[in-house]
Design a protein around this ligand. Sequence first.
Ligand SMILES: [Zn+2]
Length: 675
Amino acid sequence: MTLTDNPLLQGSEMPDFTAIRPEHVKPAIDALLAEAEAALERAVGPDVPADHDTLTLVLDVPVERLRRTWSHVNHLQAVADTPALRAAHAEALPRFTDFTTRLGADARLYAKYKAVAASPAAAEMKPAQRKALSDTLRDFVLGGADLQGAQRARYAAIQERCSALSKAFGDHVLDATDAFKLDVDEALLEGVPDDVRQAARDAAATAGVPGCRLTLQAPCYIPLMQYAGNRILREQLYRAYSTRASDIGPAELDNTELMRELLELRAEEAALLGHPSFAHLALVPKMAGTPDEVLAFVRDLARRARPAAERELAELREYASSELGLPDMQAWDRHFVAEKLKQARYDFSSQEVKRYFTEPAVLQGLFGLVETLFEVAIRPEAAPVWHESVRFFRVWRGSTPVAAFYLDPYARAGKQSGAWMDDSRARWRRPEGHLQLPVAHLICNYAPPVGGQPALLTHDDVITLFHEFGHGLHHMLTQVDELGVSGISGVEWDAVELPSQFMENFCWEWEVLQDLTRHVETGQALPRELFERMVAARHFGTGLHLLRQCEFSLFDMRLHSEAAAAGRLRLVCDEVNAELQPMRAPDFLRYPHSFGHLFDGGYAAGYYGYAWAEVLSADAYSAFEEAGIFDAATGRRFREHVLEVGGSRPAIESFRAFRGREPELEALLRHQGLT
Ligand SMILES: [Zn+2]
């Protein structure tokens, strides 16, 4: 095998996915890493002037090729995993990560980009180029490139220690979750669905014990809390779950000290970089301006959700007391009571709904909607794919191709669960001259067709498909030519869910659902009466849910913005609960100790982003509600002002350009049934 016939090394074209084998990974990544390393050395040297176009040609071309090729490997490992591919991926991963980390913190390269920004030619740059350059410089600064001497060393030490602490935090949660086992007689599992019981019986049999084995893993814990009629059992599980990795439990798995140290180190990191708190630092690349702005946003949202939450809580208490013999509803009863009330009130079977969402109708309806709103055509095309069920489509505007995407719809072995959109290739006016068009991966995991019938989607599957398609549109319809800010690149992290959550709204429109449904046997569209019940159930419990999101967001933002919060984490947690919730949490609750988003993920001082983006998407969608949801002029404005501009300007400017005003909360509250 030579490098020239390695299918991963195909220039800027999409690879032949049928031909890629695990043994292609190492030689391809090795060759591209060597090329990129050499390019970096050349780019920072005296022969390359501080000039945008030259730097792009010398450095961006090989680095883009490396990243794009690595994304193909990553992608295949996620959708068509085999032990050999996993091993090849794991072998190359540390070298890829090491290079990209060094690239992002190289002081010589930072100096070169600063010289580009200071050169007279910078004044002539197009706005998108200027935005990409300023993002690049900002990321160098956030990566500590401005620090010198002892401060630089300290910054690096903090990074290293924080990643070790985060890893340990996650390991403790995992170990504490796995350590819990409760063996019970099946008679105690009254109300629990058959498949969950079966899994518990199997777990007991595997362990060689009689009865059923219960765990804190989600597929066991969640249905137990929803359906188990035995209250003592629910309490026992709830206590175990909500005290994982805390001071109430084995000392070796207690995250208390880890959290304190992490918070202190984050505050120190922020101080080194000249910010008053970690929250201030974390907000630099985001749409939200200051911690105070976020705090005010969260408190305002909570205030508006509160009346509905109180009403919902009163309903749950009333139902618990009058129908379920639970006059003193506790935290461990809430999901159980909610499930019972929901069944009683909105009785419909998701199985029944599913028979209307046949895959060909859903895809035809989705594509038709997108074609109408955004003036494109979506046509299938033959292409080499990694599994026979994967389809390839090209997106056209008139007779001009603008993008392409792969749709990998079904769950199967060797494919990760969940759904996502991945950037396989980005739009880029390449320095060699030609325009590279964007390619997206749209990955879902709904059930494959059985018995000669088309695949059937649940309504949730349909919403997920629309969500990912929204990300895909953002990636594919971009008209930006600059690599770093085309499509979703360079979009603020708390605004990137705007197009995706926006698309979800269409799944609740009667007219859209008429085009999206065709009953698997009768061929009929969704009946109005069933639709009405789905809509009614949609708003069940939204007040309490939103308030919970606000509680997490407020806790997160206070923890990362207040001096000395590290030493009073429990107090902050209690204060936030008392401030926002109509029903106080039990004293033993220790949710922060297993809150991976904040301590083992990218959401520190960022949890508010979920609600933040939802306000934007709901408000953007309300423009369609006002003009008519199929209004072509509104669709064109959304395409031009939001989808096409990607990260080439701040998200708030795109929003204002589309909506003609600042974002407002009302649409979100209305969509959630809270007004
Ligand atoms: Zn998303």
